[in-house]
Design a protein around this ligand. Structure first.
Ligand SMILES: Cc1cc2nc3c(=O)[nH]c(=O)nc-3n(C[C@H](O)[C@H](O)[C@H](O)COP(=O)(O)OP(=O)(O)OC[C@H]3O[C@@H](n4cnc5c(N)ncnc54)[C@H](O)[C@@H]3O)c2cc1C
Length: 369
C-alpha cells in the first residue's frame, strides 16, 4: 500500500506530490493526460509561491507584468502599476517542471492514467485506473474542475459558484507589450482580457456566472476582431471555473482523502487566479498527511479549517467584490478612476495570493449578505 496517491498532475497535485516526496513518502501521481499537457489558462501568477519550493522556476517564465490597464469597451483606459510584478508562465511547462521535481525527489508518475473508480478499503483507498489498481493510505484529490474524483470519494454536495473562461492564443511576430489589459464593458458578469505571452497574447473572456458557451465564443470573436486579430487563426479553448461559495469540509469523514486546488473551488474570480492557491493547498495537504502519518490524526480536519478560515475567507471576499464590480462595471470604473488610492488597493488585492484583504473585503462582506 502506498502512503499517498495524488489524482491529477496540475499545480495542486504537483505541489502535494513534491512536498510528500521530499519528506520521503511513497507517493504516486496519476495523471490522465500525457505531459506536457495543455490547460486553458493565461498562466499569470504572483511569484510569492517560490519560497515554498526549492526550485528554479525562471526557465518557464516568459514575461513579467508590471502594469494593468482597465478599460470600458476598449475606451477610457485606466492604468495602474502593480506593487509586485506578476509572472507569465507557460502552463504545460510549469506543470511539467513541478511534476519532474516531484519525481526527482522520489514520487512515481503515471501518465495516461485516468482514475475511473475509488473505493474505501480498510485503512485507505483502492484506486482504479484504465489499466491498473493501486491502494494508498491517503488520497489527494487534485483533478481540477472537470474531474470526478471528488464525487467518487463522496463529495456529492456542490458548494461552488460555476463560471467559465474561453482563451484564444494569438501568435504575433512582434514582441507583446508587458501590460495586462482587462476590459469591463465587453462581457456581462465578467471581463475580456489580453495578457502577453512568449510570442503573442493570451486573449479571452471570463464570467463568474454560468453563461452559454456559444454566447461567450461570440463575444470572444468580437473582442479579437476589435483588437485587430484574425479570430479564425487563433486556437480557442474553454474551461469551467469554480469559485469558493461557503465553508465546506475539504476532507472525507474517514480522514483519508483531501481536496486541493480547483477541485476544492480555490479559484479567485476577481483576480482570475487559481495557480497560487492550487500550489498552496497542495503544500498544506502534504503537511497534513505528513502529520497524520506521524500519528496526529487531527491534522486532516486542521487542513480543512486552515483553508476555510484563511484562504476561504479571502476567496469569499474576492467573489463578493467580483459580484459588486461586475454588477455595475461602469460605476466601478468611475469610482476607481476617481480614487487612485482605491485603485492601488484593488491592485494589491488582486495580485496577492492570499491574506491581503484590507478594507475592500470588509466592504464587500458588509454590502452583500
Ligand atoms: C481561461 C482560464 C484562464 C485562467 N488564467 C489563470 C491565470 O492567469 N492565473 C491563474 O492563477 N489561474 C488562472 N486560471 C485558473 C487556473 O488555470 C486553475 O486554477 C489551475 O489550473 C488549478 O490547478 P489544479 O491543479 O487544481 O487543476 P488543473 O490544472 O485543472 O489540473 C487537474 C489535473 O487533473 C487531471 N485529471 C482530471 N481528472 C482525472 C482523473 N480522473 N484521473 C487522473 N487525472 C485526472 C487533469 O488532466 C489535469 O491535469 C485560469 C482558468 C481559466 C479557465
Amino acid at each position: 500500500m502506498h502512503d499517498c496517491v495524488v489524482i491529477g498532475g496540475g499545480p495542486a497535485g504537483g505541489s502535494a506530490a513534491y512536498h510528500l516526496a521530499r519528506r520521503g513518502y511513497d507517493v504516486v501521481v496519476l495523471e490522465k493526460e500525457h505531459l506536457p499537457r495543455a490547460k486553458p489558462c493565461r498562466g499569470c501568477v504572483s511569484p510569492r509561491f517560490t519560497p515554498w519550493f526549492d526550485l528554479d522556476f525562471t526557465p518557464v517564465v516568459t514575461r513579467h507584468i508590471h502594469q494593468v490597464c482597465l478599460s470600458w469597451s476598449l475606451r477610457d483606459p485606466l492604468e495602474v502599476s502593480l506593487p509586485q510584478p506578476l509572472w507569465m508562465v507557460l502552463r504545460p511547462h510549469f506543470d511539467q517542471l513541478l511534476l519532474e521535481a516531484a519525481v526527482a525527489r522520489g514520487a512515481t508518475l503515471h501518465q495516461g492514467a485516468e482514475v475511473t473508480a475509488l473505493l474505501p478499503v480498510g485503512q485507505g483507498w483502492r484506486i482504479t485506473t484504465s489499466g491498473q489498481v493501486f491502494t494508498a493510505r491517503y488520497l489527494v484529490l487534485a483533478d481540477g474542475t472537470l474531474g470526478r474524483a471528488s464525487a467518487m470519494a463522496g463529495f456529492t454536495h456542490r458548494v461552488h459558484q460555476v463560471g467559465a473562461g474561453l482563451e484564444a492564443q494569438v501568435t504575433l511576430d512582434v514582441p507583446p507589450r508587458e501590460i495586462a489589459y482587462l476590459d469591463l464593458g465587453w462581457v456581462r458578469n465578467g471581463l475580456a482580457w489580453s495578457f502577453p505571452r512568449a510570442n503573442g497574447y493570451s486573449v479571452g473572456v471570463s464570467v463568474v456566472r454560468q453563461t452559454g458557451r456559444a454566447e461567450l465564443a461570440l463575444q470572444l470573436r468580437r473582442f479579437l476582431r476589435a483588437n485587430g486579430h484574425i479570430a479564425k487563426d487563433c486556437p480557442v479553448t474553454a474551461h469551467p471555473t469554480f469559485a469558493w461559495r461557503e465553508r465546506q469540509a475539504l476532507h472525507t469523514p474517514d480522514l483519508r482523502a483531501l481536496r486541493v486546488g480547483d477541485a476544492a473551488a480555490l479559484f479567485d474570480p476577481l483576480a482570475g487566479a487559481g495557480i497560487g492557491h492550487a500550489l498552496f493547498s497542495g503544500l498544506e495537504a502534504a503537511k497534513a498527511i505528513h502529520l497524520s502519518l506521524s500519528g496526529q490524526a487531527q491534522a486532516i480536519p486542521a487542513y480543512s479549517a486552515l483553508i476555510n478560515h484563511g484562504l476561504g475567507r479571502h476567496l469569499l471576499g474576492s467573489r463578493l467584490l467580483a459580484d459588486l464590480v461586475y454588477y455595475n462595471p461602469k460605476f466601478s470604473l468611475h469610482l476607481l478612476s476617481a480614487s487612485p488610492g482605491l485603485l492601488q488597493t484593488l491592485a494589491s488585492f488582486v495580485t496577492s495570493d492570499r491574506g491581503h484583504l484590507g478594507p475592500l473585503r470588509g466592504l464587500a462582506l458588509r454590502l452583500i449578505p
